[in-house]
Design a protein around this ligand. Structure first.
Ligand SMILES: *[C@@H]1O[C@H](CO)[C@@H](O)[C@H](O)[C@H]1NC(C)=O
Length: 235
């Protein structure tokens, strides 16, 4: 008797917790699981819409608070003291001064990397890495890439373009800048990729480009605006 009682006492409490659990699982199989899933999807959609709306509101508020204006770039000065094509080998010496204007009165700009490529007739001949800097609100920075050396130009039309431009008295050179920048709005920083495309027409140096620099002193005549394009990254 004593053994049986002990046995019953230790076994009896075990079934009750098991039964309700089984019941719970068996009733929750079809319809309520489906309801649970649907309501989870709905609350996820609601959450997404709320987040998107909040983000839009934040962007709108920031836009009106900081009133961002596009950066502007101008070729202020340029000198081509050598530009001789021999076969497909180009000897060049090109110096430029590009003014980059930050017209914003509430936004500073970090230039985290700036690279410049010089192209003739679509063919790249020069590459320069420029110093990084921070640009204050409403200020103008002058960047001065220079390209000099020699290299071969690829492209079928290069020789023909060179000859005809030499006859007309100028060379059309394109300088493309790629920059990674961060726009600073108070404590906020936003990443941007920027491309600046400057096209300059530079006079043929007297004497086929082999003249001393003095003979080609005033070479650049017009201030040229560059095309600025952006890719924004929200952070
Ligand atoms: C390139 O031209 C500039 C003037 O435009 C001159 O000061 C510089 O010495 C030249 N560089 C070379 C390597 O000839």
């Amino acid at each position: 008797m004593g053994k049986d009682e002990l046995h019953e006492v230790s076994v009896a409490p075990i079934p009750p917790p098991l039964l309700p659990m089984e019941k719970h699982f068996s009733t929750a199989d079809d319809t309520s699981a489906c309801h649970l899933f649907t309501s989870a999807v709905f609350s996820l959609i609601k959450l997404t819409i709320t987040v998107v709306l909040l983000l839009l509101i934040v962007i709108t508020v920031l836009f009106f608070a900081f009133h961002p204006k596009e950066l502007q770039a101008y070729v202020e000065d340029a000198a081509l003291s050598q530009f001789d094509l021999d076969g497909n080998l180009l000897r060049y010496n090109l110096t430029l001064a590009i003014a980059v204007r930050n017209p914003n009165n509430k936004l500073g700009v970090y230039y985290d990397s700036v690279e410049a490529r010089a192209l003739y007739d679509g063919s790249r001949f020069g590459f320069a890495v420029l110093p990084i800097f921070f640009q204050e609100e409403e200020s103008t920075a002058i960047i001065k890439p220079d390209f000099n050396g020699f290299g071969s130009l690829t492209g079928d039309s290069v020789a023909a373009t060179y000859e005809s431009e030499k006859e007309r008295g100028f060379y059309t050179i394109e300088v493309v800048f790629h920059a990674r920048i961060r726009v600073k709005a108070g404590a906020l920083k936003m990443r941007v990729k920027k491309q600046v495309d400057c096209r300059v027409k530079l006079p043929v140096a007297a004497g086929g480009g082999e003249s001393p620099a003095a003979a080609v002193a005033p070479v650049f005549l017009q201030r040229t605006e560059c095309d600025v394009s952006y890719t924004w990254f929200l952070f």
